[in-house]
Design a protein around this ligand. Structure first.
Ligand SMILES: [Zn+2]
Length: 498
């Protein structure tokens, strides 16, 4: 690795710092080794940041890269109906590794241009996981220069068993078709995890890492959930798990597990500090206490939650219980971008809708702490992230302070949360490498990437039409299921204005 000196910037060291200080940052072997004035720069790469703001690189703590090519394809719909139009339910094809590589690289390019230096990618595979697709994702991140933690988000139970009411609503011939579709097994997935960990955990000088993922507890079996948890503990990996994103999932818990899905995973013994609980919207007081005791981190995806009408995550109640929160964009088909700055602003303002007491609304430092400290916590890297401090990973974003977001400059943290769109990001550094310099990526050939995307557009549009037609066949049953769940009294609501 090369050394790097970031010279003359105004350095905001962490979410807890209120005023940036002028300083040089010396980086060696991907790690910040010294912060001070007039540091020597013999025989090393220098990034001139004079007059610019230097902040820790952003952590996008929840993303599904397989949705990267689908932005703008769908109107808002409830999650369970939305997913029909996102993941081809009745598909028996296979993923093309070249397209997997392209879509992953495209997302990485967008994120690096926005100063997002790390991502937790909960990647799914349609219909089955393959080593070639795993390689395509991990290699794309390795080539992009980004830091990525990759999980395999693959359900192993038959479609209608993931939901309440659906088995009875579906006509027998559709149930039979679902039964006959190719499906992963626990053994098959554990073999894929062995491959992911062996081949990719720690690759690219440690930038690439493995996570485990069950997708969601209702999409797995108890034995598989326990095996994944054991794997997470053995290798000290994050464990990605979507829980209580929608009211329907609350109803599913009551119908199938006799209580909340948080209680279910807690009683299985797998709710611990490795777990990243994604969404946690329809949690009740008991769930929030369990989350607080567990050490698990919650991933908040506010733009996606609003887009799909899922509800408002109880931010303050979770924080009061001591639950760490991190922020994500979730998916390019439900955000519809990789722009974490949009999620940052939304998280900074949406919770005012759910609580009349302004003293309980999140403030800018708390949101930035979710991005940096929460992001670092969930990724469980040996080298901590999210601060500009000696011994921390050298992941930085350098922002131009002459953009309208800072006309005039009053309060840097408040303006990062409420004013910044990502358009001020000028340089991005990951592990001490300048991966974007003067708004040009150094690791990715952007014109060539765009040419590939344009060439693929006719195919993508055809696929989108075919997906809409195949989803239309089963949609009425899903809509009825969602209607039945919405009508159930679960004792509280996470929808505002009701
Ligand atoms: Zn998700």
């Amino acid at each position: 690795m090369t050394d790097l000196l970031v010279r003359g910037g105004k350095v905001l060291r962490s979410a807890q710092s209120d005023i940036p200080e002028e300083a040089d940052i010396l980086i060696r072997d991907g790690v910040i080794v010294e912060i001070g004035s007039d540091l020597a720069a013999d025989a090393m790469d220098v990034l001139d940041a004079t007059g610019q703001l230097v902040i820790p690189g952003l952590v996008n703590a929840h993303l599904h890269s397989p949705g990267n090519l689908m932005r703008g394809t769908l109107d808002g719909l409830p999650l369970e109906v939305f997913m029909l139009y996102e993941v081809p339910l009745l598909s028996d094809g296979a993923e093309d590794p070249d397209i997997v590589r392209l879509r992953t690289l495209m997302g990485a390019a967008e994120m690096l241009k926005l100063g997002i230096t790390s991502v937790a990618d909960d990647a799914f595979f349609v219909p089955l996981t393959s080593c070639a697709a795993i390689d395509a994702i991990a290699q794309a991140y390795a080539d992009s220069g980004m830091r990525a933690t990759i999980g395999l988000d693959q359900p192993i139970v038959v479609e209608y068993d993931k939901y309440p009411f659906l088995k009875d609503l579906l006509p027998p011939e559709l149930r039979a078709r679902m039964d006959s579709l190719p499906r992963e097994t626990a053994e098959g997935m554990l073999a894929h995890y062995d491959y992911l960990i062996e081949r990719w955990h720690g690759a690219a000088d440690g930038r690439i890492a493995a996570a485990v993922s069950c997708s969601a507890p209702q999409r797995a079996t108890p034995d598989y959930l326990r095996a994944l948890s054991a794997l997470a503990r053995r290798h000290d990996l994050p464990f990605f798990c979507h829980i209580l994103e929608t009211k329907l999932q609350r109803v599913l818990g009551e119908e199938k597990y006799g209580g909340s899905l948080v209680r279910y995973v807690d009683e299985l013994g797998i709710l611990d500090e490795h777990m990243q609980v994604i969404h946690a919207i329809w949690v009740d007081d008991d769930d929030i206490s369990r989350l607080g005791r567990s050490g698990a981190c919650v991933a908040h995806n506010p733009v996606c939650n609003m887009r799909l009408g899922s509800g408002v995550m109880p931010f303050r109640a979770l924080r009061d219980a001591g639950v760490p929160i991190c922020l994500g964009t979730d998916e390019a088909v439900s955000d519809d971008s990789h722009n974490l700055w949009g999620a940052i602003k939304t998280a900074g303002i949406m919770h005012a809708l759910a609580d009349p007491d302004p003293s309980r609304w999140p403030k800018a430092p708390e949101i930035l702490a979710a991005v940096w400290d929460g992001g670092s916590r969930v990724l469980r890297r040996r080298q901590p992230l999210g601060r500009i401090a000696e011994g921390y990973a050298a992941d930085l974003a350098v922002l131009d302070l002459d953009t309208p977001s800072y006309w005039p400059l009053h309060d840097i943290r408040r303006q990062l949360v409420l004013c910044e769109s990502g358009s001020s990001v000028r340089h991005t550094v990951v592990a001490g490498h300048v991966v974007m310099r003067d708004r040009r990526l150094t690791t990715i050939d952007e014109p060539a990437l765009l040419t590939e995307i344009r060439a693929l557009e006719p195919t993508l549009r055809r696929e989108a039409v075919a997906l809409r037609e195949s989803a239309g066949e089963v949609e009425p049953y899903y809509r009825e299921m969602v209607r039945m769940a919405a009508a159930r009294d679960v004792g509280f609501t996470r929808w505002v204005g009701r």
